[in-house]
Design a protein around this ligand. Structure first.
Ligand code: NAD
Length: 417
C-alpha cells in the first residue's frame, strides 16, 4: 500500500475521540504505541526443494483489558504498519463490544494463491514456532484473517501444542469444530455484518427488505454477509473478488455464486451467470442503498469518496475507509458503520470459542448465535445513542466508547512500575 500508512488513520481516530472525551495527552498517549512488535523470518522448504524465507509479524497493540486478540493474515502486501493498524483496531473492537481482550494481529508476507498446501502448512507451522514465545491462551490468541482459514488455525493449534507437549486448543480461535472450534464461528463475522446492517436500517426508520446491496470481497466475510443479508429480503446486485466483480440490477443468485467460489480455488471472473462484469473500482460507486466493503484497507479514499452513491456503508473489512474519505462521506450524509462495530461478530464468537476451550464445555449453535446477537444489538444501540448525544458520526461514537473503556482500564491498572 504505497505512500499510505493505515496506522496514521488509527492515531488520528484516537486523537479525535480523546479530544471529545476531554482527555489529557498523558491519559491516552500509551494507546498510540503498540505494546510489543515481533518481526520474524520464516524459512520454508518449498516443493521444488529450495528454501524460501518469508517475513512475518506479530504485534500486540494492547493487553490492558485482557490478552491480545487478533487474526493472522497471509497476503503479499502485509507490512509492519498494516499489522500495527490491524492490531490497534482489534483493541478498540474488543472494547466497543465489551469483551475482555486487548488487540493483536499478525501476518506473513506471501501469496497463498501461489503456494501449494504443503508450502502453506510449512509457513503456518514455522511462523507459529517463531511467535510461540509471545502467544498463548493467557497472552495472545490468533484467529483467521485474509488468506488464512480454519485449516490454518488447526495447524497453528497443533504446532503450539507440540511445542508445549500437551493439547492447547485455546491458543487460537476459528479452528475446525472437530478440534475445539466454536459452532457458528466460520459465519460469525458475516452474521455480525448482517445484524449491524439490519440494526442500522431500523435506527434510520427503514426496512432492509428490498434494499439494494453491493459487496466488495467474496471471501469469508463478504460471502457470508451477502448470503445472510439476502436472507433478510435485500437484493444483492453486485459482488466482487480480487479478479473483478459481477452485477445484475435485478439481484444476483448469491447461493449459486458462493457455491461456485467454494468449489475449488475459483475466481468470480470465471463465473458464468446472468451478469454484467464490473471492476472493483466501479462496485464501490454503484447507486445502491447499502455498500459492504469486505476486502482490504484503504478502498474508500479521498480519490473516490465524493463519487460514492451508497446511503449506508457497513464496513465488513478492517480499515476500508480512510480518514479523509470519512470526512467527505460525513459531509455527504452517508451513514458509515465502522469496522470495529460492524465486523466484531468474528471476535465475539472467537471469545465464545476461547471460553469453551478453557472450560472444555461446548455450546450449541443456537446459543452462540443468540449470545452474539445480544452483544451486537446492545453495542450498536450504545454506539448509536452516544453518537446522537455528541452529534458525531457512528465511527466517532464507537471510538468514544472504546477509547473511554481502554483509558479507564489503563488508569485503574496504573502505569507500572
Ligand atoms: P478472505 O481471504 O477470506 O477474503 C478476502 C476477499 O477479498 C477475497 O474474495 C479476495 O478475492 C478479495 N480481494 C482481495 N484483494 C482484493 C482487491 N484488491 N479488491 C477486491 N477484492 C479483493 O478474507 P476475510 O477473512 O473475508 O477478510 C476480509 C476483510 O474482513 C479483511 O479486512 C479482514 O481483516 C476483515 N475481517 C475478517 C474477519 C474474519 O473473521 N475472517 C473478522 C473481522 C474482519
Amino acid at each position: 500500500m504505497s505512500g499510505y500508512n493505515p496506522y496514521d488513520n488509527v492515531v488520528a481516530t484516537i486523537d479525535r475521540a480523546a479530544k471529545i472525551l476531554g482527555y489529557e495527552q498523558s491519559d491516552y498517549e500509551s494507546l498510540k504505541h503498540p505494546e510489543r512488535e515481533l518481526r520474524v523470518s520464516v524459512p520454508v522448504r518449498m516443493d521444488d526443494g529450495s528454501v524460501k524465507v518469508f517475513d512475518g509479524y506479530r504485534v500486540q497493540h494492547s493487553t490492558v483489558r485482557g490478552p491480545a486478540k487478533g487474526g493472522i493474515r497471509f497476503h503479499h502486501a502485509v507490512d509492519n504498519n498494516e499489522v500495527k493498524a490491524l492490531a490497534a483496531w482489534m483493541t478498540f473492537k474488543c472494547a466497543v463490544v465489551g469483551i475482555p481482550y486487548g488487540g493483536g494481529k499478525g501476518g506473513v508476507v506471501c501469496d497463498p494463491t501461489k503456494l501449494s498446501q504443503n508450502e502453506k502448512r510449512g509457513i503456518a507451522r514455522r511462523y507459529t514456532a517463531m511467535i510461540a514465545p509471545i502467544i498463548g491462551p493467557e497472552s495472545d490468541i490468533p484467529a483467521p484473517d485474509v488468506g488464512t482459514n480454519a485449516e490454518v488455525m488447526g495447524w497453528i493449534m497443533d504446532t503450539y501444542s507440540m511445542i508445549k507437549g500437551h493439547c492447547v486448543p485455546g491458543v487460537v480461535t476459528g479452528k475446525p469444530i472437530a478440534i475445539g472450534g466454536a459452532k457458528g464461528r466460520a459465519e460469525a463475522t458475516g452474521r455480525g455484518v448482517m445484524i449491524t446492517a439490519v440494526n442500522t436500517c431500523k435506527a434510520l426508520g427503514k426496512d432492509i427488505k428490498g434494499m439494494s446491496v453491493a459487496v466488495q470481497g467474496m471471501g469469508n466475510v463478504g460471502s457470508i454477509s451477502a448470503l445472510l443479508i439476502e436472507q433478510q429480503g435485500a437484493k444483492i446486485v453486485a459482488v466482487s473478488d480480487v479478479s473483478g466483480g459481477v452485477y445484475n440490477k435485478n439481484g444476483l443468485n448469491i447461493k449459486e455464486i458462493v457455491t461456485f467460489l467454494d468449489s475449488g480455488k475459483k475466481l468470480l471472473k470465471d463465473y458464468q451467470g446472468d451478469v454484467e462484469r464490473i471492476s472493483n473500482d466501479e462496485i464501490l460507486l454503484l447507486d445502491v442503498d447499502i455498500l459492504v466493503p469486505a476486502a482490504l484497507e484503504n478502498q474508500i479514499n479521498a480519490g473516490n469518496a465524493e463519487k460514492i452513491k451508497a446511503k449506508i456503508i457497513v464496513e465488513g473489512a478492517n480499515g476500508p475507509t480512510t480518514v479523509e474519505a470519512d470526512e467527505i462521506l460525513d459531509k455527504k450524509g452517508v451513514v458509515v458503520v465502522p469496522d470495529i462495530l460492524a465486523n466484531a461478530g468474528g471476535v465475539v464468537v472467537s471469545y465464545f470459542e476461547w471460553v469453551q476451550n478453557i472450560q472444555s464445555l461446548y455450546w450449541d449453535e443456537e446459543m452462540v448465535n443468540t449470545r452474539l446477537k445480544a452483544i451486537l444489538d446492545d453495542s450498536f444501540n450504545a454506539v448509536w445513542s452516544i453518537a446522537k448525544e455528541n452529534k458525531v458520526n457512528t465511527r466517532t461514537g464507537a471510538y468514544l466508547i472504546a477509547v473511554q473503556r481502554v483509558v479507564e482500564a489503563t488508569k485503574l491498572r496504573g502505569i507500572w512500575p
